[in-house]
Write a protein that binds this ligand. Structure first.
Ligand code: ARG
Length: 466
């Protein structure tokens, strides 16, 4: 620990930019500045970016084809070693960009010093980071489709099952269990489209922008973009190096995904409680208590619910860093990566667990049927009265009175004596129609819970996954 007031000298980080400096960084400044522990996750993107940059420098006449090939072979050897888990980093490396360049130069000699021609870490890091967001986006979309496959499969299995649908956590109307599962499926469709939008925003290649004004060499930006899998190159070099809204879009998409996962996780937690008993989660996704031997807790779903807070925190963290930055690159931007890495990794594990939980959960048919209250059919009775010519508000009132009377007596409204039903025309015939199955079948409207509607949803879901 440095004593108060005493300035300690650092170890000499980042000598590569130190031409105009006479002394080293303070140890405290080094600690503040070093980002390798975070951005080393970008090694793949950084090296791929440098390989494409070598092609660009060759096309610009800066490297001969021999030099380009040697540069690329050197970069490939660094990549292979890092992929193999070799620890090539040194405590003097400030960030991943400096580290790769240092290792390369140690391996191929002075030629390595030509790599950074016409490039700044400003356009380099923007390129790496965009590539990272694009790759993660593709992986997450694929994972979401895995979860959708699981939901579709389970929805087919539970096609004939009924359950209470809830609003305000109060039993509302009967629904098919498949309909419930498909609600999760279709919501995920929008998470994919938000992620794909973030991919498109990230999909513009910054290299050639230099520090902020553009490279002075005839650098073929579109060719470099193509090599790296970007649909296009950025259109303004200040914009390219200063802005991170692609990362915000990515985190916004993950925030929405986290919130969605958290609310289905919440359903699964309460439904697997002893009070509900609607659901059994696969044992591998629950844990016991260190004190109470009887417990089997839904920890997996509680954790997924909790991780949403973490993903939303990442979003507001980056937003807060970006607010009010002046134009051009500012070092604050180094704070952009950690929240993005963390949210992406969190989303990855949450999706994995949710997919496995959905694949293994068991709805408890009998427990569910036992808990379904006849009052779930109150809306159906009101609708039947409307069909018999009574205006809806009046019908609502009649049914409300029946429910109130039944509640006071502690019985189901269907068991009330005939005299209570006296203002209901054809009461006996109507009462026969009041079953959960009929209630569901009355809702074959597009998007409804009826079996024909659910069949159409299943078909559409299948089509979407093709
Ligand atoms: N580590 C830095 C970051 O992540 C790289 C860019 C540094 N650029 C600079 N002008 N100091 O943003």
């Amino acid at each position: 620990m440095a004593r108060k007031g005493k300035k300690e000298k650092g170890k000499g980080v980042a000598a590569m930019w130190a031409g105009r400096f006479t002394g080293g960084m303070a140890a405290s400044m080094e600690r503040l500045s070093v980002s390798l522990d975070v951005d080393s996750k970008l090694y793949r993107e950084d090296i791929e970016g440098s390989m494409a940059h070598s092609h660009g420098l060759h096309a610009a006449g800066v490297l001969t084809s021999k030099e380009r090939d040697k540069m690329i072979a050197g970069l490939k050897s660094v990549l292979d070693d890092l992929e193999a888990g070799k620890d090539l980093f040194s405590s003097s490396d400030e960030d991943i960009h400096m580290a790769v360049e240092r290792i390369l130069t140690e391996r191929i000699g002075d030629l390595g010093k030509k790599l950074h021609t016409g490039r700044s870490r400003n356009d380099q890091v923007a390129t790496d980071f965009r590539l990272y967001v694009m790759r993660r986006t593709e992986e997450l979309v694929e994972q979401i489709e895995g979860l959708q496959h699981a939901l579709l499969q389970r929805a087919k299995e539970y096609r004939k099952d009924v359950m209470p649908g809830y609003t305000h956590v109060q039993q509302a109307q009967p629904i098919s269990t498949a309909h419930y599962l498909l609600s999760f499926f279709f919501a995920l469709e929008r998470d994919k489209s938000r992620l794909r939008h973030a991919w498109e925003t990230a999909g513009e290649m910054p290299l050639g922008s230099g520090a902020l004004a553009g490279s002075a060499f005839p650098y073929p930006r579109n060719l470099v973009a193509q090599r790296l899998g970007f649909p296009t190159a950025t259109r303004n070099s200040i914009d390219a190096t200063a802005h991170r809204d692609f990362a915000l879009e990515f985190l916004g998409a993950l925030g929405c995904l986290g919130v969605l996962l958290s609310s289905y996780a919440e359903d699964f937690v309460i439904w697997s409680s002893s009070e509900f008993g609607f659901l059994k989660l696969g044992e591998a996704y629950t844990s016991g208590s260190s004190m109470m031997p009887q417990k089997r807790n839904s920890d997996s779903m509680e954790l997924v619910r909790g991780k949403a807070g973490r993903m939303l925190g990442a979003y507001s963290r980056l937003f807060t860093v970006l607010k009010g930055l002046p134009h051009g690159y500012d070092r604050d931007l180094q704070e952009d990566k950690e929240p993005v890495f963390d949210a992406a990794e969190t989303a990855e594990v949450c999706l994995q667990v949710m997919t496995e939980v959905v694949s293994t959960l068991q709805f408890q048919r009998e427990a569910i049927l036992k808990k379904m209250q006849p009052a779930l059919l109150a809306t159906d009775l009101a609708d039947l009265l409307v069909e018999a010519g009574i205006p809806f508000r009046e019908a609502h009132h009649i049914v409300g009175r029946l429910i109130g009377e039944a509640e006071a007596k502690g019985i189901s409204f269907l068991d009330l004596p005939e005299k209570s039903w006296k203002d209901v025309p054809n009461a006996a015939a109507l009462r026969k129609k009041l079953t959960f199955a009929e209630s569901i079948e009355r809702r074959n409207i597009q998007g409804g819970t009826g079996s024909k509607s659910v069949a159409a949803q299943l078909k559409e879901a299948e089509k979407l996954l093709k």
